[in-house]
Ligand binder design. Structure first.
Ligand SMILES: Cc1ncc(COP(=O)(O)O)c(C=O)c1O
Length: 382
């Protein structure tokens, strides 16, 4: 079943799911069928589209262990979800927010933008032996929120978010997780992690299209967040257009002001159906197996330096390395050449970032990847 779902160009080695994943066949089919339906029938079957939204929310809730589909909002992207939280809270001058140094810009800029309210961001170095302890120690009297990517985008460092979530809860600090590099890659449980808010766009490990993100907001927090976007769709009685009185929906739909991204919803629902069928236990196992193969491959080259932490509880589907003696610019050129040679990967934080998914035949591709990189080095003279 897995092989039938993936029809990548056999010339490509696609190790770039931390940037943008590929679509399974069923996702492509869902998009084609939806396009066909629109062309032939328009929105005649709108009730069926609505039920697709419910299905997606239910799948998302199961994926993250949320109690109810009502806890899931469908937003545009991770950045929008983080902004909904940042601008839904009331801030006071002197409030502080803890983040990790080296976070992806979406999970830094939004917090820094709160400087207009006198909010200060504490950026913690997590390149130490005990990153969780470093983050927890940075919490002080004035800390209101800690926001973290549970798996770091550049190195793939996996953090023990349940430990951080517990510490936040004990201290009355809100805990926000950017899970874009986690959902669909490794198991995740929002309640074990004690997260108040989780957001992840669907176009990486969830194998969906860009422009549609899953957002969880803990029910207690949901009612506290100030709303800044309004429209017909976010009210309790959406669709009753004559009704003059309104109140925000009790569910997380209150964060969705207008018409849903129906095309994206059809696509992502199909992608999540595959992930659910295969199961996150199996996906995680397969993926870590591939990550270990990459680590061993990197370590078999004398002048390649592994940048990722390969400890059992730190490893994820993102593995990055540097060439000894080459600078960031060289790595960027190297990745450009590798891409031209058919190895799809990325340059992040001055290193080569590899991110195969569970279905990638990594063992069979190592020899070709080796050739591509060696040719690129030869061409660049490094
Ligand atoms: C950790 C992290 N957060 C957020 C994003 C992107 O966010 P958005 O969904 O807003 O495009 C990325 C993309 O690479 C990322 O790695």
């Amino acid at each position: 079943m897995i092989q039938e779902e993936f029809s990548l160009d056999p010339e490509l080695i696609y190790w770039n799911h931390a940037a943008i994943g590929v679509w399974p066949r069923r996702t492509r089919d869902a998009v084609c069928a939806f396009a066909d339906e629109n062309m032939r029938q328009g929105a005649r079957n709108y009730p069926a589209w609505i039920s697709r939204i419910s299905k997606l929310r239910m799948r998302a809730a199961r994926l993250i262990g949320a109690r109810s589909a009502d806890d899931i909002a469908l937003v545009k992207n991770t950045s929008e979800g983080l902004s909904l939280l940042a601008y839904g809270l009331e801030w006071q001058a002197g409030d502080r927010i803890v983040i990790a140094r080296g976070e992806f810009p979406s999970n830094r800029i939004v917090w820094e933008s709160l400087v207009r309210y006198g909010v200060h961001v504490d950026s913690v170095d997590i390149g130490c032996d005990e990153p969780e302890a470093a983050l927890i120690e940075a919490i002080c009297e004035r800390t209101r929120l800690l926001s973290l990517s549970s798996i770091q985008y550049a190195t793939g460092l996996r953090l023990d978010v349940s430990r951080i979530g517990k510490a936040c809860r004990e201290r009355g600090v809100l805990f926000c997780i950017d899970a874009i590099q986690h959902l669909g890659m490794m198991r995740f449980n929002v309640r074990e992690n004690m997260a108040d808010m989780v957001v992840a766009d669907g176009h990486k490990w969830l194998l969906g299209p860009e422009g549609l993100a899953l957002m969880y907001v803990r029910p207690l927090l949901r009612s506290r967040l100030r709303l800044n976007q309004f429209g017909w769709h976010m009210v309790e009685h959406a669709g009753d257009f004559e009704l003059q009185e309104w109140r925000p929906a009790r569910s997380a739909r209150r964060f969705e002001p207008g018409s849903p991204n129906m095309l994206g919803i059809h696509a992502l629902e199909a992608s999540l159906s595959l992930i659910e069928e295969i199961g996150m236990d199996r996906i995680e196992k397969e993926l870590l197996h591939r990550a270990r193969q990459l680590v061993a491959w990197i370590q078999s080259h004398a002048d390649w330096i592994l940048c990722s932490n390969d400890a059992e509880d730190r490893l994820s589907g993102i593995v990055s390395f540097r060439l000894r003696g080459a600078d960031g610019r060289m790595h960027s050129k190297l990745v450009g050449r590798a891409m031209a040679g058919g190895l799809v990967c990325a340059c992040r934080d001055g290193a080569v970032r590899l991110s195969p998914h569970f279905y990638c035949p990594v063992a069979e591709q190592l020899e070709k990847a080796d050739e591509v990189i060696h040719r690129a080095r030869r061409d660049l003279g490094i």
